[in-house]
Design a protein around this ligand. Structure first.
Ligand SMILES: [Zn+2]
Length: 463
């Protein structure tokens, strides 16, 4: 935690800051090989294009879509990383033409391995509707390449390289791990040396951490230094990483006792409930997922403010205390009634006190309302043409109510439930196709009719 503490630690282990003698205790060399990455699905292509060119997911989708419409790439909206033998066959047949698009095609040819469809890439059992994104048989000419937008060119190049890598040899390297002793301190150093580049020839320069030749018993000069670094803010959560964070929630708690308890119960929630907790937060509009990055909505911020006004509500320590109390109940050190009674007291206290404590500025409130209106909107209002028709619970109504538009549509009409799809058709086209399920009030008979909306008047049409 401090330089002084570090120096003390080193001293106790027979070392110190600065230069001293070290000895190589162990050297391990291992030859490793790495196959080329899997073929692109849309999301992995978006990830890669974002990493290399900082293109947004929707920009990449648009680029792939254009390349698909111009018949250079296969269908873009796929989550599959595999192709079938059919695609493999035509790719293999056209290899020379694809390779011709690369500046270093001669070197690439040297790395080719014998043709064989490998399960890592070619598996018809794993291809459902669409296969991975690959080149079509149509190889773009220089002129056609010139007509592509910058991003389209980059995306085509990414797909071209990734697909061709499947035909190249593995990347082979030697991994060396050395243990070096200084006093009773052991340091580990590792480095890779490329043996054969293989598919990496299509990925740009390989940056290996090199190690000098080392032998066991060899004496080295070790220089120990302290280094102060600053932490970086963590990356935004994806749904995957949030689940992991919930699972390991105890690790970031300050209170050591609370930390221990959460470690025992494995964080927040269980394997069975974590995903649905995230789903509920999204469904209720507190959180949204964009390009797989989770963020808090304005409503979520308001919820957080409520929680902030009453820190107990979100305190993991609170959870930890409850877990502790539950354990006591389990061990008969506390009665069930005592625990439930405390929870009841806690909840009624929250319900009375918290709403009065929340301070939400108007900007945030408006943001939340706009967002809600947008997500709930079924379509523009056909009457005032300014508001949006939204589901108001017991009926559908115009969001421009305060502006004077009182247009509503019922949830049930002539005995038939009016779903969102019917309302959407009505407000956009004024008339539906023939629908079943109307019920006569008098006879209870079911019948079919069309629904018609003229101005704000809804009626049945029989024709
Ligand atoms: Zn309206």
């Amino acid at each position: 935690k401090s330089p002084a503490e570090l120096e003390q630690f080193l001293l106790a282990k027979g070392g110190s800051l600065g230069k001293q003698t070290g000895r190589v205790a162990k050297v391990d060399k291992e030859q490793k090989s790495q196959a080329s990455p899997r073929l692109f699905s849309l999301s992995s292509l978006q990830t890669e294009a974002n990493r290399r060119y900082h293109a947004s997911a929707s920009q990449v989708l648009q680029a792939v879509q254009n390349l698909y419409e111009n018949k250079f790439l296969s269908y873009p909206r796929t989550d599959c990383n595999y192709i079938t033998d059919n695609e493999y066959a035509y790719l293999a047949q056209n290899l020379d033409r694809y390779q011709g698009l690369l500046p270093n095609s001669a070197e690439v040819k040297e790395q080719m391995k014998p043709l064989k469809a490998e399960k890592r890439y070619v598996d018809s059992g794993k291809v459902q509707e669409h296969h991975a994104i690959i080149m079509t048989k149509t190889v773009p000419s220089q002129a056609q390449m010139g007509k592509m937008s910058k991003l389209e060119g980059q995306v085509y190049d990414l797909v071209l390289r990734r697909t061709l890598e499947m035909f190249l040899k593995a990347y082979v390297y030697e991994k060396t791990t050395a243990l070096i002793n200084v006093g009773q301190l052991t340091f580990k150093a590792s480095g890779n040396v490329s043996v054969n580049l293989g598919w990496k020839i299509l990925e740009g320069p390989v940056k290996d951490a090199q190690l000098p030749p080392l032998e066991v018993g060899q004496e080295l000069t070790a220089k120990l230094k302290e280094q102060e670094e600053e932490t970086k803010p963590p990356a935004k959560f994806t749904e995957g990483s949030l689940i992991t964070a919930m699972k390991t929630a105890g690790k970031t708690l300050d209170d050591e006792e609370a930390q221990d308890i959460l470690k025992d119960v494995e964080g927040i929630g269980t394997e069975a409930t974590r995903a649905s907790t995230i789903e509920i937060l999204k469904k209720r509009g507190y959180m949204q997922s964009r390009q797989n990055k989770l963020s808090v909505t304005p409503e979520g911020t308001i919820l957080c403010k409520a929680a902030e006004a009453e820190p107990l509500l979100v305190s993991a320590q609170m959870t930890a205390q409850w877990e502790k109390a539950l354990k006591q109940v389990g061990a008969k050190e506390r009665s069930q009634d005592n625990f439930l009674g405390q929870i009841k007291k806690f909840i009624s206290k929250m319900i009375t006190e918290v709403p009065g404590k929340i301070q939400v500025d108007q900007g945030l409130q408006e943001e939340a309302q706009t967002r809600q209106a947008k997500t709930a909107a079924i379509g523009p209002c056909p009457v005032c043409k300014q508001g949006e028709i939204t589901d108001k619970g017991k009926f559908y109504g115009c969001s421009n109510y305060r502006g004077g538009c009182h247009f509503t549509l019922p949830k049930k009409f002539a005995g038939k439930n009016m779903g969102k799809r019917i309302v959407k058709t009505l407000i956009s086209k004024g008339k539906t196709d023939k629908l079943d399920g109307f019920v006569s009030k008098k006879s209870g008979q079911r019948y079919s009719a069309k629904l018609q909306l003229e101005g704000d008047k809804l009626s049945l049409v029989f024709d």
